[in-house]
Design a protein around this ligand. Structure first.
Ligand SMILES: [Zn+2]
Length: 344
């Protein structure tokens, strides 16, 4: 997850717009007039039963371990700031580990290099082909580049993605499921932006992007406010963010996760394509260009620095995560993938 730009909150003019948006978002959430279609919920939840909780933390720990001795990415052109330790970013060892993990599950992963020079992005892609609607793709994405151990950011989401990738191989789906570990998210979603620009997402009918899904606290006041969004005070939920294009997917995922008691999900639907001025808060990850392009995409997060005090610090280590929270979120992810890809 990238650092947000706080300059938007400083002017009075923006405060007026802000209140209009707060009211608008609250109205959207409060109304949700159409109850989501629950067809296929039971079948989808059964796929989540194949998630093995014990597989998750070892992925987070292995990623943290290989990152400790990895070479850092060339940070030329990026100024180091508080919570933006640009010259401490690694990715090479994570690319190798993720590709090997997919191979060990029986996938034939591709590492797609995009761009040139020291900031070439290496995205790792693995596909589970669909049956009757093979050409329609459900994309699951999370970034593999990290500062320091990067346990929550973003080992947690990479682990969730890997475990979902392992679990879905026990089932067949109408649509193709594609897992993408994006590179260089921290430098401005470079890997995902180049991926979408190169046309690789043209056949994507639904996408789920995850960034930081493993940190929770049940202490009152542990969830900071995200200006413009009404959230519970305890940071023990996963935030599911959609826009107009993904409103239905968002509502279905939230209903599936909560109704089936897989995880505690809170849904937010940003007005329009989601790219209004608060976009610095809602678009700080790899779903950004997918939203701009109109690809129905939902974004899952523990809200990053609005909850996790270790955000972009050396203390973002595996022992700070909540393994049960991560496991529940992985089950909700896996069920949503099964629903959207239409498990047979
Ligand atoms: Zn980050």
């Amino acid at each position: 997850m990238r650092r947000e730009n706080s300059q938007y909150f400083l002017t009075v003019k923006h405060n007026v717009i802000l209140w209009i948006i707060i009211i608008y978002v609250t109205i959207i959430l409060a109304c949700s007039p159409n109850a989501p279609d629950t067809t296929g919920f039971d079948k989808a939840a059964r796929v989540a039963d194949d998630v093995i909780s014990g597989n998750l933390m070892p992925w987070v720990e292995q990623l943290a371990q290989v990152r400790a001795t990895d070479v850092t990415v060339n940070c030329e052109g990026f100024e180091e700031k508080e919570l933006f330790p640009a010259c401490d970013l690694t990715r090479d060892a994570s690319v190798k580990l993720v590709a090997e993990a997919f191979s060990a599950m029986g996938y034939d992963p591709d590492t797609i290099a995009l761009g040139t020079g020291p900031q070439t992005a290496y995205n790792v892609v693995a596909e589970w082909p669909g049956t009757s609607r093979k050409s329609e793709v459900v994309l699951v994405g999370s970034h593999l580049d990290a500062y320091y151990a990067g346990a929550d950011d973003n080992g947690s989401a990479v682990a969730a993605m890997l475990e979902a990738a392992r679990a879905v191989r026990n089932f067949s789906f109408a649509r193709t499921i594609r897992f993408v570990a994006f590179d260089l998210e921290e430098f401005g979603s470079i890997g995902s932006t180049r991926y979408v620009q190169a046309g690789y997402a043209d056949n994507v009918s639904a996408a789920i992007i995850m960034d930081m899904v493993g940190y929770a606290s049940n202490k009152p006041g542990s969830q900071d406010e995200i200006i413009g969004i009404s959230l519970p005070d305890k940071g023990d939920f996963l935030l599911v963010i959609g826009n107009n294009d993904s409103a239905e997917l968002t509502q279905r995922m939230v209903a599936l996760g909560n109704n089936s008691k897989l995880a505690k999900l809170v849904g937010v639907i940003a007005p329009g394509d989601g790219t209004y001025f608060l976009s610095s808060l809602l678009m700080r990850s790899d779903h950004g260009l997918l939203w701009y392009r109109g690809v129905p995409t939902i974004f899952l997060t523990d809200t990053a620095n609005f909850r996790n005090p270790h955000y972009h610090k050396t203390t973002d280590t595996p022992e700070t995560l909540d393994p049960t929270f991560l496991a529940r979120n992985t089950r909700a992810l896996t069920a949503a993938v099964a629903l959207f890809a239409e498990v047979q």
